[in-house]
Every structure is written in C-alpha cells, then in structure tokens.
Design a protein around this ligand. Structure first.
Ligand SMILES: Cc1cc2nc3c(=O)[nH]c(=O)nc-3n(C[C@H](O)[C@H](O)[C@H](O)COP(=O)(O)OP(=O)(O)OC[C@H]3O[C@@H](n4cnc5c(N)ncnc54)[C@H](O)[C@@H]3O)c2cc1C
Length: 316
C-alpha cells in the first residue's frame, strides 16, 4: 500500500484528539487526524459537566489546579470552536445542583458543554481519515505508523487514543461508564440546568438538562466490553426517578456506554513520549476529558515547534 505523509498526525479523534487538532490548526499547523471510530469512545457517552468541585478536584492539588485553569480557558475556547466551525457546542456557565435537602443551588465555577458537538465542531474542516493505528516507530526520517488502512509517516505524532492507549505501551486502563438519555419532560417546569446527585454503582448519579434530552449518569465499572449492562440500566432508571420524578414516564432515547481512560495515579499523561522522539502523548484524562480539553490542547501547542511560515511567492 502507498505510504501517506502528514506533518502533524493526531491518532484518535475523540474529545482530546479533536480539540488538540483544532487548536494546532488554529495556530497554523498542518494537522491530519486518524480515527478508528471505535464503539465505546468516551466522548459519545460523556455528560459534558465542567465541574472541578463536584469531581473533588481541589484547586490546591496539582490536578485541581489544571482543572481550574482549563475551566478558565473554556469560554474563549468554546467561542473559537463556534466561530471557526459555524456550529454550536452548547457551552453554558452555571449548573443548578440539587442539595440533599431538596433545594437547588447554583454552584459557582461550574459549566457544561455538549461533548459530541465539541468533537464535531473541532473536526470540522480538518482532514480526518478512517483507520486504526497499530504501531508507531520513530525513525530518523520521521515517525512511521502502521494502520489497518496502510502505512503513514509524519514529522510529529500525537497519541490521543483514549482508553485504547495501552496499544502504544501507555499505562491506561479502560473503565466503563454508562448513562441514559431521556426525552425531556415539559421543560417549562424544569430548572434550565439541573444536576442532582445520588450515590451507588461506584458513582453518584446526576441528571443534567442538555439540548438533546435529560442525561442521567453515570456508572463506574472496571470492565471494557462496551456493552450496556442491564443492572446498571436499572440503577440509572431508579436514580433518575428519585432525582426527578417526572422522568418516571419519559422514554429513554438511548443508552450511552463509554470507556474512560484511567491512569494508575489518576493524572492525565500529556507531554513528550518517554522513548520515541517526535511522538507526543495526550491520554489518561479519566473522568475529566471534557473539562481538561482546552488545557491539554494548549500544553501540546506549547510543546510543538512553531509552524514554518509559508514562503511568499517570488521570495528566494
Ligand atoms: C459516562 C461518561 C460520562 C463522562 N462525563 C464527563 C463529564 O461530564 N465531564 C468530563 O470532563 N468528562 C467526562 N467523561 C470523561 C471523558 O469522556 C473522557 O475523559 C474523554 O472522552 C477522553 O477523551 P479521549 O479523546 O482521550 O478519548 P475518547 O473520547 O474515548 O476518544 C478516543 C478516540 O480514539 C480513537 N482511537 C482509539 N484507538 C485508536 C487507534 N489505535 N487508532 C485510531 N483511532 C483510535 C477512538 O475511535 C476514539 O474516537 C465521561 C466519560 C464517560 C464514559
């Protein structure tokens, strides 16, 4: 098969790969994305809460500081995505959260986006090729990739393969999450953005009003078959009704299943590959990939040499 060439090649077009590719292209890099469209990609199932406090990410911890910084970057990042793509990503500030006493409180420093819209907007206009990358090797002439669609060579490769990152020897384990998307009840009676939380199934359940329905999430299970689990569905259904009784009679539009990429210490791996020159890594974002996407994109942008300026016509 013919060898194809790219300057910067991003492996994985999920929340992290897509938003990173977008930011690099905005900065003038020639970016190509390869994505295998794997079932279980986390971005399809993610709620889109940008909520460091609710995730227990305290600003005085290293991860909490990154989360706070990324949250600050989100409004401008969302605006850039929308302007460049002409699509909405549904960024909204302030999430109403139901308190244990049943009252509602607006938690400062929380926001939400719609992850599938973010990925679509970020990839809009970028060259995205289907294909599963099987191996990556740095050579003096560039980074060589084997894929199920033929070989590629690139000056720089960014590995953003989410829960499948172990393919490239990275210490990432898939942890399955499941959620339900309900047809919304009469929205006039509902708080515009409502998140209530309830413990069980290794997680806290919450409901989140989105433009495509009422999202009820999410379970945490150490399996990676990517298939809906009937017990988890029952737990989510019961939690949904307890959090918002109006959901009792509402149809479930879709059961969402996604694999979160988890590292041993819970921190994402973002930086140069330890042994492969020309390869950068952006993975292991666990439960926080939507939240940490703008910070990750900016960090990778800082690590890449500035793109070569095009030579003006007639210059010698
Ligand atoms: C139920 C659930 C709820 C969540 N809610 C939130 C939330 O509210 N807020 C938040 O911040 N985060 C949330 N997350 C976490 C978030 O979804 C992830 O952290 C994020 O999607 C990780 O992004 P990623 O790009 O690394 O992986 P993914 O989004 O999974 O994308 C990986 C991509 O890589 C591709 N790929 C994999 N291997 C290869 C290969 N070898 N070659 C080519 N392509 C490949 C896949 O096809 C996929 O498109 C949630 C996750 C789940 C499951």
């Amino acid at each position: 098969m013919t060898l194809r060439h790219a300057d910067v090649l991003v492996v994985g077009g999920g929340l992290i790969g897509a938003t990173t590719a977008f930011a690099l292209r905005q900065a003038g890099h020639a970016v190509t994305v390869l994505d295998a469209d794997l079932p279980g990609a986390a971005w399809r199932a993610a709620a889109g809460l940008l909520s460091p406090a609710a995730e227990g990410l305290m600003p005085d911890t290293p991860l909490g500081a990154l989360a706070a910084e990324s949250l600050r970057l989100w409004p401008a990042f969302a605006q850039q995505l929308e302007i460049a793509s002409g699509m909405r990503v549904h960024y909204r500030e302030g999430v109403l959260t139901r308190q244990p006493d049943g009252t509602w409180a607006r938690i400062p420093g929380e926001a939400q986006v719609h992850p599938p819209s973010v990925v679509c907007a970020a990839l809009h206009g970028l060259p995205v090729h289907p294909g599963r990358v099987l191996s990556v090797h740095s050579q003096p002439e560039g980074v060589q990739l084997t894929t199920d669609q033929g070989p590629w060579q690139a000056r720089t490769v960014i590995l953003a393969a989410g829960a499948w990152s172990a393919t490239f020897g990275l210490p990432v384990t898939p942890v399955q999450g499941q959620a339900l998307l309900f047809t919304p009840p009469d929205s006039a009676a509902a708080p515009a953005r409502a998140a209530g939380r309830r413990r069980g199934q290794g997680a806290r359940a919450y409901t989140l009003s989105r433009q495509d329905g009422v999202y009820v999430g999410a379970t945490v299970r150490r399996n990676n078959d990517g298939l809906p689990d009937p017990r988890a569905c029952r737990w989510l259904q019961a939690a949904a009704v307890r959090l918002d009784p109006r959901l009792r009679d509402q149809p479930v539009q879709v059961t969402l299943v996604g694999l979160r990429p988890i590292t041993p210490d819970g921190h994402p791996i973002v930086g140069p590959h330890s042994s492969q020159p020309g390869v950068l890594v952006a993975t292991g974002h666990g439960r926080h990939g939507a939240l940490l996407a703008p910070w990750t994109a900016r960090r990778l942008l800082d690590l890449l040499p500035a793109p070569a300026l095009p030579v003006p016509a007639g210059a010698t």
